[in-house]
Design a binder for this molecule. Structure first.
Ligand code: URA
Length: 259
């Protein structure tokens, strides 16, 4: 990768190249990932609709997901699904964008306000940064990348999705991975990384490493967690970490393409 691409990327981020390349910064104490905005009201421990529990809704999601043989069928099933308590307050479900069958699949946390309005993932400020990050390693949603989230409905106040809200989406997420069949998965941020890997570690420990991911249906792909672009917007000093993670992703994509 030419150095000019790197410096342009940093300049786009509004970060001084001298600052981000100072080695001492990389050794600073691990920071915690900041929430995108103030947390909204907590979700109830049990998602109930009539007498149905989270487990009931997750079972329904599993049945709908396994009956979906195409991404379009899966997207329709997600849009018609009533098991997320977030759905009632949203404009619409935000399901996916990009290229079906792409070698690279990026999975984020869930839609924010702009995504809810437009019905597409990562189209707000964080999404614009994400597009620049992907472009720096030759990837884009227009050509070779598939983009989705672990939760399809916007939480009010842009809080993180609760465990129950993720649980009812998870069968759809696994099925989407099986239908896209990516060579490599990126988990963007702590929420998808911890949820997909069922990890007890935080994103600062998980990022920059490769993990073996498998769906219940048996599809396997390597997964690399990265810092969420919304976090990077508020913590430019951590962009050096993001850059190193992108370099790893670029290298692994080339290796996986070569077989
Ligand atoms: N943040 C996410 O994690 N996903 C989106 O779609 C938008 C912002």
């Amino acid at each position: 990768m030419p150095i000019s691409v790197l410096t342009e990327w940093w300049a786009d981020m509004g970060v001084s190249v001298d600052t981000v390349l100072v080695d001492g910064l990389l050794k600073s104490a691990p920071a915690r990932e900041a929430p995108e905005q103030d947390a909204g009201p907590a979700a109830p421990a049990l998602i109930r609709k009539g007498v149905r529990t989270v487990a009931d809704w997750a079972n329904e999601a599993r049945a709908l997901a396994s009956a979906s043989d195409t991404l379009d069928a899966l997207a329709s099933a997600i849009r018609a699904f009533d098991g997320s308590p977030l759905k009632a307050a949203c404009e619409q479900a935000v399901v996916f964008d990009g290229i079906p069958g792409a070698p690279l699949m990026l999975i984020g946390e869930g839609p924010g306000e702009e995504e809810d309005r437009r019905g597409l993932p990562f189209v707000g400020k964080a999404g614009q940064l994400l597009d620049k990050m992907l472009s720096a390693i030759g990837q884009s949603r227009a050509e070779n990348t598939f983009i989705t989230n672990v939760n399809y409905w916007r939480p009010q106040g842009n809080r993180n999705p609760e465990a129950d809200e993720l649980a009812v989406c998870r069968p759809f997420v696994d099925r989407m991975i099986e239908l896209v069949k990516p060579r490599l998965i990126i988990a963007a941020g702590g929420v998808p990384a911890v949820s997909l890997l069922a990890s007890t570690e935080g994103i600062m420990k998980l990022r920059g490493n490769e993990y073996a991911f498998a769906t219940p249906g048996g599809f396997k792909a390597p997964l690399i967690p990265i810092l969420h672009p919304a976090y990077l917007l508020s913590r430019p000093q951590d962009k050096s970490r993001a850059w190193r993670d992108l370099m790893l992703i670029e290298k692994r994509l080339a290796e996986l393409a070569a077989g």
